[in-house]
Write a protein that binds this ligand. Structure first.
Ligand code: FES
Length: 114
């Protein structure tokens, strides 16, 4: 079956290079990032500690954790800088008009790729 897409945010709410925290009822918070005009949705909670990635900084195509400066690749969720070693869950995104949707049941973890 095709994955169900959940409304995440309006494109106008997501400034380029500034992650936005989004709360969807019944699940941990998400972060949505606009990178070069493309939108990415990932878990907001760092895999190293209890930090909110949406309070972190975007550096190139990586997002840096505000706590210990670990990093993840925004496009894949893969951990790219110590002390993060476990990937962030990322979700398929669909943009319709000015609305961003994500398939929250179809999350992907780069660590599982192999
Ligand atoms: Fe994110 Fe430690 S909590 S790097």
């Amino acid at each position: 079956a095709a994955p169900a897409y959940t409304f995440i945010a309006r494109t106008s709410e997501v400034e380029p290079d500034y992650p936005l925290q989004v709360q969807v009822e019944g699940r941990p918070p998400l972060a949505v990032v606009c990178l070069e005009g493309e939108y990415f949705v990932m878990d907001d909670t760092c895999t190293h500690g209890d930090a909110s990635m949406s309070e972190g900084e975007i550096v190139g195509c990586e997002i840096e954790c505000p706590f210990h400066a670990g990093r993840f690749d925004i496009r894949t969720g893969a951990a790219t800088a110590y002390p993060c070693t476990k990937a962030l869950m990322v979700y398929p995104v669909k943009v319709e008009g000015d609305q961003i949707f994500a398939a929250l049941d179809a999350g992907h973890c780069a660590d599982d790729a192999a």
